[in-house]
Design a protein around this ligand. Structure first.
Ligand code: ATP
Ligand code: MG
Length: 170
């Protein structure tokens, strides 16, 4: 199955991690590759999962586009190479966290590293479950997916000026 968690409300990455844990409970082999997310900033899920049977690879330079585009492009290229490698192995579930956002980057060129067609080819030939997360999933991805859920923004503490809260946002 191809599963997409998208939308501007909170809960996409945590839903994907919930599914990863569910799969692990059935002794399935799970890999999570995190696009854009940086290793320099350890989230609660990374701190826990890095020593679990679930493989997790934060492969980004961070969400902010500070710094050189080439640096971001380097990370993107490494993340995509790892993804292609992992798709050749015998996983039951691969989560590509924040991948939808890659196709919405306007600050630098990305389609020479990973095009939407590259991703569609890869995931439509997979013989295991794949989860894609991130805002504004492309219609082409929604179309080939088996399950799509949109997290809808209703309220967020950010509106009250509350900054990202430990154990809630990261
Ligand atoms: P989570 O990782 O908690 O499951 P998510 O994957 O759905 O959330 P993303 O869209 O990846 O969330 O956004 C990353 C972070 O930005 C989240 O921690 C989320 O709480 C936060 N966020 C979501 N909406 C807003 C907003 N309107 N303003 C600021 N920050 C937000
Ligand atoms: Mg997320």
């Amino acid at each position: 199955m191809i599963i997409v968690y998208t939308g501007n409300g909170k809960g996409k990455t945590t839903a994907a991690i919930g599914l990863a844990i569910r799969a692990l409970g059935h002794n399935q082999k799970v890999c999570i590759i995190q696009f854009l997310k940086s290793t320099k900033f350890e989230t609660g899920e990374y701190k826990f999962l890095k020593s679990s049977k679930i493989e997790i690879y934060p492969m980004g330079a961070g969400f902010s586009w500070k710094g050189k585009p080439e640096n971001h492009r380097d990370f993107l290229s490494k993340a995509w190479n790892l993804t292609k490698e992992k798709f050749k192995a015998d996983y039951d579930l691969i989560v590509l966290d924040e991948i939808n956002n890659v196709f919405n980057i306007k600050n630098f060129k990305t389609d020479d590293i990973i095009s939407l067609n590259d991703l569609i080819d890869l995931i439509s030939n997979a013989s295991f479950n794949v989860v894609l997360t991130g805002r504004e999933a492309k219609p082409e991805l929604i179309q080939i997916a088996d399950l799509v859920t949109e997290m809808k923004f209703i309220k967020h503490p950010y509106q009250k000026g509350v900054l990202a809260t430990k154990a809630i946002e990261y």
